[in-house]
Design a protein around this ligand. Structure first.
Ligand SMILES: CC(C)(COP(=O)(O)OP(=O)(O)OC[C@H]1O[C@@H](n2cnc3c(N)ncnc32)[C@H](O)[C@@H]1OP(=O)(O)O)[C@@H](O)C(=O)NCCC(=O)NCCS
Length: 160
């Protein structure tokens, strides 16, 4: 298992594993845009690859506002069902933390739907809640969730 930056060779596996919930064309466009955006910018699309198959992904991006340059945000964090609960989530977050730390960011943050397994996993990984908007997410199926904002330091002071 390795965790590295995405490349165009991952498009077929990302689509086949249904990690992005996009069509094949949308997946290809997403990867090409990410590869292009990464050139010289503080954003990164990480994939976890096991025997040639992409089994996990996340993006991490430094915030652009001048008051928020010390913060980097995770997005699109997904692990294929067969690889969940194996410690991979901790490794992917570790890679994102190290990247953000290297950019000079002291904060890694994300948001998620309240009351979901993802919220429990993020708290288990060491993220701390700093904000919650009741009913902040309305899903297409009619379900309503809180929008929960979480953060952790990128440096070593965070308890592993
Ligand atoms: C969110 C997601 C990436 C987390 O990955 P995961 O493999 O399920 O996470 P893990 O099971 O490794 O859990 C991470 C940590 O939280 C802990 N944890 C998970 N659920 C927990 C719970 N209910 N109570 C307490 N701790 C919990 C785990 O023990 C683990 O800690 P450990 O590494 O010390 O054992 C994954 O579930 C996923 O892809 N979900 C679908 C997509 C999604 O919802 N993405 C989030 C969008 S915001």
């Amino acid at each position: 298992m390795i965790i590295r930056r995405v490349c165009e060779g991952d498009i077929e596996s990302l689509y086949r594993q249904r990690l992005c919930a996009f069509t094949a064309e949308e997946t290809a466009e997403l990867v090409r845009a990410a590869v292009e955006e990464e050139r010289g910018s503080e954003s990164c699309f990480f994939v976890a690859v096991d025997r040639g198959d992409v089994v996990g992904m996340t993006t991490v991006r430094r915030l652009g506002h001048r008051l928020c340059r010390h913060r980097a945000e995770l997005g699109g964090f997904v692990i294929v069902p067969g690889a969940r609960g194996t410690g991979l989530a901790r490794r992917i977050v570790g890679a994102a933390r190290a990247e953000a730390y290297g950019w000079g960011c002291s904060v890694l943050e994300l948001d998620c739907r309240g009351g979901t397994d993802a919220e429990a996993a993020y708290l288990g990984l060491g993220f701390r809640e700093w904000g919650r908007m009741p009913g902040g997410f309305h899903d297409r199926d009619g379900a309503i969730y809180d929008d929960v904002r979480l953060w952790m330091p990128t440096g070593d002071e965070v308890a592993e």
